[in-house]
Design a protein around this ligand. Structure first.
Ligand code: PLP
Length: 391
């Protein structure tokens, strides 16, 4: 490389981060702490880590390696490709693939030693044929107990458990099911699914069983079985409705203020002119938009959700809370900074969109969604910085 060519790069990654229009800080220490917290709450059950969708948008490589280092030895991903990526960061771990396996993926599954979670009769018979030909390989079995998403119907699973004709090479190491309403502890659905899953767990005696994701862990010991599967709680998101979130925030998203402008009373802001200024105002134009997962439904006005009376999103800049003004656009969002003292804000400062000062679920609620969708929708334009775990 010529010097010129090298000079055309930022000096190092920190520089790029310091100046990035849009940046994301992932606190890997907080991630590890959250996993240890989930482990404690899981009591005598083992605690897995769910890292599907690029570790909920935060980066499967760094998050996977951190969780492995913290002690996680069971991981769940959604797809075979995610499992293949994770393998080098979690060398000795058991990696379960929640979507199971399709014809053509055998090689990736065997080469990376992935454990497909079989979820239908079709997958089951394909798998039995595959292991008959290729030899023993662990699998897991997903049983539906009321979610009506993936999984064998309950009766089919109970039949399979007692089926003496099933081939010896069929070797499930885990049976699992998924709760539909665990985020609502008072839902009667939880007990119903628990009772069904108890039958499954008993029928597959000697095989480990797993029922609970983050929210289920909070439902208590009955729900823990042998292995718990937390996802969102690891990343600092809210798992249970209506209670204070005990997890440490992991992700901080910040957008840089490109410009601060004055606008007079009676003027309007952004597309549609839906935000009418009732006073002389100061507006900060920040470099984040719906292309970055800062959804249009976070707008301060001019969208159906606001007309229903829910508040728009807000950010925090230098300790001051600032609401979104008018519609969010593709690359830019306007914040009303009128109440921030003039000398407490300037262009080039960063507005926290969510993070330690703005719970990601607050932002999500303003968009009519959940923290999961906020995190997994971040898009490609964030400059990322990973804060290392201490140990
Ligand atoms: C996504 C998922 C999890 C993790 O759920 P969280 O609510 O994020 O903790 C666990 N199990 C299954 C089957 C899932 O699909």
């Amino acid at each position: 490389m010529t010097d010129d060519f090298e000079d055309s790069f930022p000096e190092n990654e920190t520089d790029a981060f310091e100046q990035a229009p849009l940046r994301l800080t992932v606190d890997l220490g907080a991630l590890a702490d959250n996993w240890r917290d989930m482990k404690k709450r899981s009591g005598s059950a083992r605690t897995a880590a769910v890292v599907k969708a690029d570790a909920y948008g935060l980066g499967i490589e760094d998050c996977g390696a951190t969780l492995y280092h913290a002690g996680a030895r069971d991981f769940f991903v959604a797809t075979v490709a995610e499992g293949a990526t994770l393998r080098s960061y979690a060398p000795e771990a058991r990696i379960f693939v929640l979507s199971g396996i399709w014809q053509g993926q055998e090689r990736q599954v065997f080469d990376n030693d992935l454990v497909p979670v079989l979820a239908s009769e079709e997958q089951l018979s394909f798998w039995m044929a595959t292991v008959a030909e290729r030899g023993d390989h662990p699998c897991a079995l997903h049983v539906d107990t009321g979610f009506n998403r993936l999984g064998l119907p309950l009766d089919d699973a109970l039949f399979l458990a007692d089926d003496v004709t099933r081939p010896a090479s069929f070797d499930p190491v885990l049976v699992l099911s998924h709760l539909a309403c665990a985020d609502t502890p008072s839902s009667p659905m939880n007990r119903v699914q628990l009772e069904s899953f108890r039958k499954v767990s008993a029928a597959f005696e000697g095989i480990e069983s797993s029922l609970s994701a983050s929210a289920g862990i909070f439902l208590g010991r009955d729900y823990h079985f042998d292995l718990t599967r937390p996802g969102i709680a690891l990343y600092g998101g809210e798992a249970v409705n209506g209670v204070a979130n005990p997890m440490r925030p992991v992700a901080k998203a910040e957008a840089r203020i490109i410009q601060i402008r004055e606008a007079g009373e009676g003027q309007t802001v952004s597309y549609g002119g839906s935000f009418l200024l009732k006073r002389a105002s100061r507006l900060a134009i920040a470099s984040v938009g719906y292309a970055d997962g800062y959804q249009r439904s976070l707008s301060g006005s001019g969208i159906p959700l606001r007309e229903m009376g829910h508040g728009g999103a807000y950010g925090v800049v230098n300790g001051h809370k600032v609401p979104v003004a008018g519609r969010v656009t593709m690359d830019l969002t306007i914040f009303d900074v009128t109440d921030v003292p003039v000398n407490a804000i300037r262009s080039g400062d960063y507005i926290e969109l969510f993070g330690p000062n703005v719970p990601v679920d607050d932002t999500a609620r303003a968009a009519g969604t959940i923290g999961y969708e906020m995190l997994t929708g971040l898009g490609l334009r964030y400059e990322r910085q990973y804060l290392m775990a201490d140990d």
